[in-house]
Ligand binder design. Structure first.
Ligand code: TYD
Length: 204
């Protein structure tokens, strides 16, 4: 019988540097002989990537944004994540539902209960096995954002938006310390990789 794979998500405010570490997590797991699927949210499926285009570049009402995030997530779970885990693959996703709590709830101010209702509908109790939260002070994230390429709709938000997003992420980590591991993303890439490899080792 195949053992189901595990689901790992990476989170953090724009500019925390999480995307750098997605490849490291995948390579580390592949070296242990696992089949690994790397994906992202919003996106990860042909339909999800179309929704991502709209979400990142088209102005819309905050509730529309939230609903589209979860529509993309439903498709992602049904078409990619659940089948991959069922056949024993490990899935590494650049963002998942913690981002909805951080951005749509913390950032945009939507009530937590609305997100929790959508989460229950779409996930039916399913949760990541491990979430790496890359945390940096707002000014560091801001400096990294402005050094990066053209900003999308989220990256153009004001600094206090990202302070709220960060606070919401940290609140979630406090509520679920076993799943959500906070990494100080001011550390060097090598130092972070060492911590990440230890966390992955524990998960094996
Ligand atoms: P991001 O992951 O930062 O990709 P890139 O590194 O290419 O910019 O972009 C996704 C954006 O979507 C990010 O600004 C956060 C936002 N987002 C939400 O607001 N809610 C969500 O539920 C998810 C998954 C993402």
């Amino acid at each position: 019988m195949t053992t189901p794979g595990k689901f790992i998500t990476l989170e953090g405010v724009d500019g925390a540097g999480k995307s750098t570490h997605v490849g490291y997590v995948a390579d580390w797991l592949r070296q242990q002989g696992r089949e690994v699927i790397v994906t992202r949210e919003p996106g990860g499926t042909p339909l999800g990537e179309k929704l991502r285009e709209l979400l990142l570049h088209r102005d819309m009402d905050a509730d529309t944004e939230l609903l589209l995030m979860f529509a993309a997530r439903q498709e992602h779970l049904a078409a990619l994540i659940r089948p991959a885990l069922a056949r024993g693959a490990w899935v590494v996703s650049d963002r998942f539902t913690d981002a909805s709590y951080a951005y749509q709830c913390g950032g945009r101010g939507i009530e937590t209960t609305r997100i929790a209702a959508l989460e229950a509908w779409v996930q039916r109790g399913f949760q990541p096995d491990l979430t790496l939260l890359f945390d940096v002070p707002p000014e560091v994230a801001e400096a990294r954002r402005s050094a990066a390429r053209t900003a999308d709709r989220f990256e153009r938000e004001a600094d206090n938006f990202f302070s709220r997003v960060r606070a919401a992420y940290l609140e979630r980590a406090q509520a679920e310390p076993a799943r959500i591991r906070v990494l100080d993303a001011r550390h060097s890439i090598a130092e972070l990789q060492l911590v990440i490899s230890r966390l992955l080792q524990d998960l094996m």
